[in-house]
Design a binder for this molecule. Structure first.
Ligand SMILES: Nc1nc2c(ncn2[C@@H]2O[C@H](COP(=O)(O)OP(=O)(O)OP(=O)(O)O)[C@@H](O)[C@H]2O)c(=O)[nH]1
Ligand SMILES: [Mg+2]
Ligand SMILES: [Zn+2]
Length: 303
C-alpha cells in the first residue's frame, strides 16, 4: 500500500495493548494510545507485541512491522492452524476458584505449556472468602501437591481484597497473562490491582472509537508498580499440538524427574516394565491424581 503524501513516514515504536479484529490499539513510548490499522502484509499480530508504526492522520496510525518476539502463546483455530493470543509474556498466572469449580486438568494443561515454553507459572487461588470446611481440605491437598513440585500458590480474595499485596509483588515488572475458566475472577482481580482501571479503560475506549471498550478481546493493562497484566475473556486453551506422546512427560515435573530411571528410555510410563514413574505412583512419592491426568492428556493427544 502506498502511503498518502501527507502521512509522516517516521517509524515509531510501540506495543499492542488490544486487538480489535481489524484494528489494533498501540501504546507509544510516551504512554499515548493510538488507534492503528494493520499494514496489509502484517500477519497475526498479538497483544503484547512490540511493533513499529507510522502516524497517518491526527491520532491514528498504521502498524508496519512486528518486532521479534521473546515468546508467543497461540491457541488452536480452524483447519489445524493456530492463532496468537499474547506475545512477549514471561509469566502465566493460572487462576483457580472453588466457584465455578476447580479444574485441575485445565491447570495441568497450563502448567505443561509453561514448562514447554519456559514461561514462569504462578497459581492463584481466588475466592478464598467462599471456602467452607470441605473445600478447605481440598485446597490444602492440592496446595501440598503443587508446592512440593515447586509451584507457588497465592491465596487471594478479590472480593475482600485479601492476599493482593503478595500478588502485586509477584507481578511487578513482569508481563503476565491471566488465564483460567470463565468466572474464576480474572477481570475482578485485574480491577482490584488497577487503581486507575477506569482511566485506562476510558483511554482505550476513546482510542478504539467504540464508545465502550468491552473485554471481548485480550487487553494489556499497566500496573502502577511497573509491569503489565493481560486480561482475556473466557478460557484460553493453548494447543498441545507441538507436544507428542513421547514428550508429554516433560510437562510434568515429577515425571520428568523420574523418567531417566525407567528401564526403557522411550518409556511412556503406561504398561512398560520397570517404570520408575509407575513405581513412584505405587509408593506414593508422586501424586496418583496427577499421574491419572497425565494418562488423560496422553489419550487426548492420541486422538
Ligand atoms: N465471592 C467472591 N466472588 C468473586 C471473587 N472474585 C470474583 N468474584 C465474582 O465472580 C464472578 C466472575 O468474575 P469475573 O472477574 O468476571 O471472572 P472472569 O474470570 O473475568 O470471567 P470471564 O471474563 O468470563 O472469563 C463475578 O460475579 C465476580 O464478582 C472473590 O474473591 N470472591
Ligand atoms: Mg473477564
Ligand atoms: Zn516409565
Amino acid at each position: 500500500m502506498n502511503p498518502s503524501p501527507q502521512e509522516k513516514q517516521t517509524l515509531l515504536n510501540g506495543r499492542i495493548v488490544a486487538h480489535l479484529g481489524r484494528a489494533l490499539l498501540v501504546e507509544d513510548n510516551e504512554g499515548n494510545t493510538i488507534h492503528c490499522k494493520k499494514c496489509t502484509q502484517l500477519e497475526h499480530p498479538a497483544v503484547g507485541d512490540y511493533v513499529t508504526w507510522i502516524r497517518t492522520e491526527q491520532g491514528a496510525g498504521r502498524v508496519e512491522k512486528i518486532l521479534e518476539r521473546k515468546s508467543l502463546l497461540s491457541r488452536p483455530s480452524k483447519n489445524g492452524k493456530t492463532r496468537p493470543v499474547a506475545a512477549n509474556l514471561n509469566q502465566i498466572v493460572v487462576i483457580l476458584a472453588v466457584k465455578p469449580t476447580i479444574d485441575l486438568l485445565l491447570l495441568d494443561q497450563y502448567l505443561i505449556v509453561c514448562e514447554f515454553q519456559k514461561i514462569a507459572p504462578l497459581i492463584v487461588l481466588n475466592k478464598t472468602d467462599l471456602l467452607d470446611d470441605a473445600s478447605k481440605i481440598e485446597i490444602d491437598d492440592l496446595t501440598l501437591i503443587y508446592q512440593s513440585l515447586g509451584y507457588e500458590i497465592i491465596k487471594v480474595s478479590a472480593k475482600n481484597k485479601s492476599g493482593l499485596n503478595i500478588l502485586r509483588k509477584r507481578l511487578q515488572n513482569e508481563t503476565s497473562l491471566l488465564v483460567g475458566q470463565s468466572g474464576v475472577g480474572k477481570s475482578t482481580i485485574t480491577n482490584a490491582l488497577l487503581p486507575d482501571l477506569e482511566l485506562q479503560t476510558k483511554t482505550l475506549s476513546t482510542a478504539s472509537g467504540l464508545g465502550k471498550h468491552t473485554t471481548t478481546s485480550s487487553t494489556l493493562y499497566k500496573l502502577p508498580e511497573g509491569g503489565d497484566i493481560i486480561d482475556s475473556p473466557g478460557v484460553n486453551i493453548f494447543g498441545l499440538a507441538h507436544i507428542t506422546e513421547q514428550s508429554l512427560g516433560q510437562g510434568f515435573r515429577e515425571i520428568e524427574q523420574l523418567a531417566w530411571q525407567c528401564k526403557y528410555n522411550n518409556c511412556l510410563h503406561i504398561k512398560e516394565p520397570k517404570c520408575a514413574v509407575k513405581d513412584g505412583v505405587e509408593n506414593n512419592s508422586i501424586s496418583k491424581q496427577r499421574y491419572l491426568r497425565y494418562l488423560k492428556l496422553r489419550d487426548k493427544l492420541a486422538y
